[in-house]
Design a protein around this ligand. Structure first.
Ligand code: GDP
Length: 527
């Protein structure tokens, strides 16, 4: 194997999907602990301790104690090099989350085992389905009273339409949680409470019929375990690598993130089974990671990561070739070559200068307004990676300046923020309003705060009579012209000058769609 192929085959790039409070942040801490990235877990989000997360950069996050930003962490585990892309856990900013999912090769689904499948997990699973991303599952919070494990698996299978293959099986739960039996290794790994912040010396009992097991977990629980396992072996699926890789089956692990138990079993599974960097589709051809020439796409842009620098960073997923310091890349949309001397990598949550990076890795490019979400970089070839979506916003407000002389600054700020995907901006073609559209309400506050700190403009919101937006396309130029004339009061241009229909009500949208059957109304727009 060439050195390049070796580097590629080591990479595992994944993200965590879960409902808020299921334990994503806690698992991230423990994963990093295992990656030896942090000596002592607990510094990712210093909740309540007055100490703030490495990944929480923005003031607003600090105030609210939530992680708005997406960060990237790289660490070694077993013989793999793992990239974990953090996704915002809050309900808002789901667009960022969705786009981050286009940059990974597998996902970890975390479920609160006391609650089961929750709303946001359902939505995120729909997104992973678009690309058949392989999914691992971690049933969390076994140190609490959880629901019946068999029932949990049934719920995942039925509600998320994915087969479950338990890899570990829990022994008791809550105060009685004793550990898990590993079906593949035929051993019981015993849980000790109170060791959440360190890597535990685990006690292992080989074999299911080992009498030691009865002594250590109680006769009753050992008997129950043997009985349940017979059922599990009869009723549930066995792990199948092919089905996992095609997103049809998920290996399931049980544990407690807070107690730091079971996370390593999941990581073992991830590094063994999850795919190395996968091929990516472009508008011209498929690009595979082993190709010699460099390529990548930008899935996120973020400002103010380091308050001292105030720069904007474009996060790029490398799809093929190799990044080396100082190399020339072709910025396909602009048709320009650029020399990249100072990309950043995200080893263990810190930003450091990268000398080289490989497919599956994320690098950060300093962005002075020329890079947009969805941009492709190559070594000359003119293709564009596809499948990085924009979602039609669901909330709208008119934005107005306190000082009307700064209109130009406001527009510049809004267009740049929309390029980042922080918000969407619409300019009606019939008047001079500026309408801001968001997927979640928190985005509105972030935009006003950033306009003030980065663009020195003070803006306020007013209600506006817009219920939904659709990107408009029509193959027939004449029909499009007619539509533009007749529907102009509800037409606007977005931040990238794309024609958009902004409907006052859903009924209006439906009627308009009926009236103009030749016009296509899109809920998502590809960058
Ligand atoms: P996120 O919103 O998904 O990032 O969830 P967090 O990691 O912030 O966890 C939400 C809450 O659940 C916090 O209070 C955690 O301490 C708690 N939590 C996380 N994992 C466990 C666990 O295994 N057991 C228990 N009892 N609590 C947990």
């Amino acid at each position: 194997m060439s050195q390049h192929a070796q580097e590629v085959s080591k990479r595992r790039t994944f993200a965590i999907i879960s409902h808020p409070d299921a334990g994503k942040t806690t698992i991230t801490e423990k994963v990093l602990l295992f990656g030896q990235a942090l000596q002592k877990a607990g510094t990712v989000k210093g909740r309540g301790s007055g100490q703030h997360a490495k990944s929480d950069w923005m003031e607003m996050e600090k105030e609210r104690g939530i992680s708005v930003t997406t960060s990237v962490m790289q660490f070694p585990y077993n013989s793999a090099l793992v990239n974990l892309l953090d996704t915002p856990g809050h309900e808002d900013f789901s667009e960022d989350t969705y786009r981050t999912l286009t940059a990974v090769d597998s996902c970890l689904m975390v479920i609160d085992a006391a609650k089961g499948v929750e709303d946001r997990t359902r939505k995120l699973m729909e997104v992973t389905r678009l690309r058949d991303t392989p999914i691992l599952t971690f049933m969390n919070k076994l140190d609490r009273d959880i629901r019946d494990p068999m029932e949990l698996l049934d719920e995942v299978e039925n509600e998320l339409n994915i087969m479950c293959a338990p890899i570990t099986w829990p022994i008791g739960c809550g105060k009685e949680f004793k550990g898990v039996y590993h079906l593949h290794r035929d051993e019981t790994i015993l849980y000790q409470s109170g060791h959440g912040h360190t890597i535990q010396e685990v006690r292992i009992v080989k074999g299911l019929d080992n009498p030691e097991l009865d002594q250590l977990v109680s006769d009753e629980l050992a008997a129950q375990l043997r009985e349940e396992l017979e059922l599990v072996r009869g009723a549930s699926n066995e792990f199948d690598l092919e089905l996992f890789l095609s997103g049809e089956l998920t290996p399931v692990f049980f544990g407690t993130a807070l107690g730091n138990f079971g996370v390593d079993h999941m990581l073992d599974g991830l590094t063994e089974w999850a795919p190395a960097p996968q091929p990516r589709q472009t508008d011209a051809r498929q690009v595979v990671a082993d190709e010699e020439k460099f390529s990548g796409f930008v899935f996120k842009i973020q400002a103010n990561m380091d308050p001292k620098h105030r720069d904007r960073i474009a996060f790029m997923r490398i799809c093929s070739g190799k990044y080396t310091k100082g190399m020339k890349m072709h910025h396909v949309r602009l048709g320009k070559d650029v020399a990249i001397s100072d990309a950043v990598t995200f080893m263990a949550g810190d930003r450091s200068h990268a000398d080289e990076a490989y497919p599956g890795d994320i690098i950060g490019l300093h962005n002075h307004g020329t890079i947009q979400i969805g941009d492709t970089f190559s070594q000359g070839e003119k293709f564009k990676f596809t499948g990085i979506p924009n979602f039609a916003p669901e909330m709208f407000r008119r934005i107005r300046l306190k000082d009307p002389l700064k209109q130009k600054q406001l527009l510049k700020g809004l267009v740049q923020l929309s390029e980042e995907g922080a918000v969407q901006v619409f300019r009606p073609i019939d008047n001079n309003d500026l309408i801001v559209g968001a997927v979640g309400v928190l985005q509105f506050d972030v935009v006003v705060a950033r306009l003030k700190s980065e663009y020195k403009v003070e803006a306020i919101y007013e209600p506006v009579n817009v219920a939904t937006a659709r990107w408009v396309e029509c193959g027939d130029a004449k029909k499009l012209d007619e539509f533009r004339r007749k529907a102009s009061t509800n037409l606007a241009l977005d931040g990238g000058d794309n024609l958009t229909y902004i409907a006052p009500t859903m009924v209006n949208l439906n009627l308009t769609q009926e009236r103009y059957p030749e016009v296509e109304f899109h809920k998502t727009r590809e960058h």
